[in-house]
Design a binder for this molecule. Structure first.
Ligand code: TEU
Ligand code: CA
Length: 564
């Protein structure tokens, strides 16, 4: 099969299966639920679905702790359901990308249950250990862990095991060729069932310097920008293993591979996706979504808000790093991020819709494969829980416990979580205005956003001006003009403008101008000297547009204009 770069021209739609549609009333989304909504998914016009992990899991981290990589999570259904789902997608011309979580397994995976029994156990070397007789292990930050350490003592082996995430997610030892073989076989198992690719969970973290050197705060600051994720993404054999994965597996399928680029920077991005390196196709970075947080505080937005010129600079730099090799991705929402309209737009009743459409215009008019998060097409917004009891996410719950343990301002933390918590984007998909938004006939595993009475598929499908219908139009426009909107050159205009994000796409005869008002103010914006626009926009999130040398833009107005 000829490998080609089909993944450059697609729009990826990410579905969080736990919250999409519950078919059996247990309050948890499932594969049968997705099957029942395949025509809705098709109606969006997207090409690829990325499903968050659907494999057997104790769900300490909602599937990112896998206890059997070749079985379907019982809450989600059976392997027969999976086969029906995949067939249903392929019949509709939709490709399916699964989520490979190979940096760590669940602590309830048989491999770890064996490994932790004894140092003599054949599976012991499937994980990373620090023998207690050598004293305390050197500090490593554990994301999501209450004590903040990535080491946990295990008495039967009298050693500590490494877990970059929670203690329920022990890191697999990729330096062990048996582990690499196990993972490559798992990948082949799913490829041979016919899937079209993998999103790879924190794949930059898989290689470790097993001498476990002390990383002092000074070294962390100097060499890794103070970011443990950057240290974790600098393992000695990382690219050897990715090249091996490509040779052993990926090169044998006409697939799509995208790394979750935790810890990856502009300087290291092409090491993963330069096609000549035969590693992966794409990666997504964190510079954009992490922008505007106060340093040193857990995901706390800067009260001065982010500055649009800084936001524009980040997306422009990430476009230019792939100008001559590699290929980019773009997203604002996913299951680890809050709802994009709340974080980057304006979720007030007056501006939620226009700003949601404006952000959709941005995501679907950049030179990168868009990863669009389910529910954003409806303009779904943050639920903003007041109480810790409403949260389900191990990250929020454990960070709360950590503050209780170590002291700190719990109210400040809860206020920040209303903006940045991952659960904000994990609330049930809103199908209609019936109880629980038509997601379940039972009690949902997490509360439904009360705005489902108006923000839902059924109501929006009937409204030609809805976020949903705007999303469909924007997907179509990207496809109709893929030479410009997919492959066309990106050129930022007016970089210092604090309210307007304007750029051109394409060059020569076919060139377009994208103008996005990221502010709640009406703004006049002067066309660059000599620029001539066609008076009728290709797309506009308002019903009016006044052409002229100075464009008058409504709050959060987005237009794409053809240049003469
Ligand atoms: O996310 C990894 C992750 O959380 C990164 O955001 C990392 O914490 C960050 O770079 C540090 O600042 C993946 C999954 O998307 C997430 O849902 C899982 O919880 C996590 O890995 C563990 O599997
Ligand atoms: Ca269910």
């Amino acid at each position: 099969n000829k490998k080609n770069d089909w993944w450059k021209e697609v729009v990826v739609y990410q579905i969080y299966p736990r919250s999409f549609k519950d078919s059996n009333g247990d309050g948890i989304g499932d594969l049968k639920g997705i099957i029942s909504k395949l025509d809705y998914i098709k109606s969006l016009g997207i090409d690829v679905v990325w499903l968050n992990p659907i494999f057997e899991s104790p769900n300490k981290d909602n599937g990112y702790d896998i206890s059997n990589y070749e079985a379907i999570m019982k809450e989600f259904g059976t392997m027969a359901d999976f086969d029906t789902l995949l067939q249903g997608m392929h019949e509709r011309g939709i490709k399916l990308v699964l989520d490979l979580v190979a940096n760590h397994s669940s602590d309830q995976h048989p491999w770890f249950i064996e490994a932790r029994k004894s140092r003599k156990n054949p599976y012991y070397e499937y994980y990373h250990w620090w023998p207690a007789e050598k004293g305390k292990p050197p500090f490593r930050q554990g994301f999501f862990d209450v004590d903040g350490s990535a080491w946990t003592f295990n008495a039967p082996t009298n050693s500590y095991y490494l877990h970059y995430f929670s203690q329920y997610q022990p890191d697999l030892n990729w330096e062990n060729p048996k582990v690499r073989e196990e993972i490559f076989n798992i990948m082949k198992f799913w490829f041979n069932k016919g899937i079209d690719g993998f999103r790879m969970d924190v794949i930059p973290f898989i290689s470790k310097d097993t001498s476990f050197p002390v990383i002092t705060p000074e070294i962390l600051k100097e060499k890794y920008n103070g970011d443990w994720a950057q240290y974790y993404a600098s393992g000695p054999n990382l690219h050897t293993y990715l090249r091996e994965m490509n040779a052993e597996v990926l090169s044998k399928y006409n697939d799509m591979s995208v790394a979750e680029g935790a810890g990856v920077t502009l300087a290291t991005a092409n090491d993963f996706v330069d096609a000549d390196r035969h590693e992966l196709n794409m990666l997504y970075n964190f510079d954009g979504v992490n922008y505007g947080y106060l340093p040193g505080k857990f995901k706390t937005p800067d009260p001065n808000g982010y500055k649009l010129p800084g936001f524009k600079r980040i997306y422009t730099e990430w476009d230019s790093v792939f100008a001559n090799k590699g290929w980019g991705t773009i997203y604002l929402g996913n299951h680890d991020q809050p709802r994009m309209v709340s974080r980057w737009g304006n979720d007030s009743p007056e501006f939620r819709e226009p700003s949601s459409k404006m952000l959709t215009t941005f995501l679907l008019s950049m030179r990168a494969t868009p990863y669009y998060y389910f529910g954003d097409e409806l303009g779904m917004s943050n639920i903003k829980f007041d109480k810790i009891e409403d949260y389900r996410d191990i990250e929020t719950i454990n960070m709360y416990k950590q503050i209780q343990l170590k002291g700190g301002n719990l109210q400040e933390f809860l206020n920040a979580q209303k903006i940045s918590a991952r659960d904000n984007s994990r609330t049930p998909f809103q199908w209609n205005n019936s109880p629980n938004a038509g997601f379940t006939t039972g009690t949902p595993w997490i509360k439904v956003n009360p705005n489902y009475t108006t923000v839902n598929v059924e109501d929006e499908a009937k409204d030609p001006n809805s976020c949903l219908n705007y999303f469909k139009k924007m997907v179509l426009l990207r496809k109709l003009h893929k030479d410009v909107l997919v492959y066309g050159k990106y050129q930022l205009l007016d970089p210092d403008n604090p309210k307007i994000y304007a750029y051109t796409r394409g060059e020569g005869a076919k060139k377009m101008l994208v103008v996005l008002n990221f502010s709640k103010d009406r703004v006049g914006w002067d066309l660059p000297a000599g620029m001539q626009i066609k008076p009728v926009p290709l797309i506009n999130n308002y019903n009016t547009f006044i052409p002229g040398k100075t464009l008058s833009l409504e709050p959060y107005q987005a237009v794409i204009l053809e240049l003469k």
